[in-house]
Design a protein. Sequence first.
Length: 133
Amino acid sequence: IGSLLFFLVALHIVLVGAERGFRPWMTFAAVVAATLAVLVHERYIAGTIGLAAGLAAIAWFRRHERAPRPSLLAAVLIAVIPFGIFALATKLLADLPMATDGRAGQCPDRLAVHGQRVPGDELRPALVRGTWP
């Protein structure tokens, strides 16, 4: 529910900014809220890009009323920064094996159980049957 809350905050800021004109603090707050929504749940990347596209469309169609540059800049920042931070965090954290001895996600050929080397294909049936000590 946290990611939805952050996304709705970003949406509210974008709607208010599109109506009254973007100020620098509004752009910053919308980018931070969108980034938090993406970091809590990565599915919101599509939502933030859609939000930015909607803001860009509003700015484009209202370009005769006032200068659309702050809104277009906010749209670009809302689309790029959350995705960029998520991609960077994914790349940086993907190479860190936590407590897996560098073998995360790999199926070893042999495992050591109680100091004995056991082939991996024999270990699972023994554990399921309950015959392994």
